[in-house]
Design a binder for this molecule. Structure first.
Ligand SMILES: N[C@@H](CCC(=O)N[C@@H](CS)C(=O)NCC(=O)O)C(=O)O
Length: 204
């Protein structure tokens, strides 16, 4: 059976858990990371030398990097990831955009407001993060203006990492521009049981 290492409050683990639920895949999950430890143990580092989560093992294949895991699971189960070249490139673009742009923009505010003690909070870092994220969310808003999901009429793996980031952005006590298409998409995701189960939870 598919095995997943990673704590449930990690955004990168949530991506994988949400994807498994959409694909109706059974799995065993092992708590790992932060207070759970595990990631510094030699056996774990032999699987994932980064000492980060998530890591999966599936039929002897060990894989890390959350968006690579999404691509693998969706390809293996032939769902959520179009096979047509251009449609697939579009999904890839939004996956890479999340990992290279949206994630790095929103995470400083998350770490300052959720993981840092109030007396250690860097207010300027929160402000910069809020501004950078607002700009990027405006790009996503334009993309969602004429389609219900990031890459068209149906949910794909492009919605998953961006949807996880959207919940972080919506939950943080920061200024946000009004973005009607992002809001409608967030509402649409919020109707999905898998999003409710793994993503729509208080940040920690
Ligand atoms: N690019 C990696 C980043 C992995 C990552 O930074 N994971 C964080 C959790 S979201 C982590 O392992 N933090 C240390 C820990 O939990 O101990 C991915 O997408 O999987």
């Amino acid at each position: 059976m598919l095995k997943i290492w990673g704590r449930e409050n990690s955004s990168n683990v949530q991506k994988v858990l949400w994807c498994c639920e959409e694909l109706d895949l059974p799995y065993d999950r092992v708590d790992a990371g932060m207070a759970f430890g595990v990631t510094t143990e030699p056996d774990y580092l032999a699987m994932n030398p980064n000492g980060l989560i998530p890591t999966i093992e599936d039929d002897g294949l060990v894989l890390w990097e959350s968006n690579a895991i999404l691509r693998y699971l969706a390809s293996k189960h032939q769902a959520l990831y179009p096979s047509e070249l251009r449609a697939r490139a579009d999904v890839d673009r939004w996956l890479d955009w999340q990992i290279s742009r949206l994630g790095p923009a929103v995470l400083p505010a998350f770490f300052q407001l959720i993981r840092n003690a109030p007396e250690k909070r860097d207010v300027q870092a929160v402000e910069q993060s809020a501004q950078a994220t607002a700009q990027l969310m405006t790009i996503l808003d334009r993309q969602l203006a004429d389609r219900p999901f990031v890459c068209g009429d149906a949910l794909t793996i492009a919605d998953i990492p961006n949807g996880v980031m959207a919940h972080r952005w919506k939950s943080l006590d920061i200024e946000r521009p009004a973005l009607a298409h992002v809001d409608a998409w967030y509402e649409r995701l919020s109707e999905r049981p898998a999003y409710q189960q793994y993503v729509l939870r208080p940040l920690s």
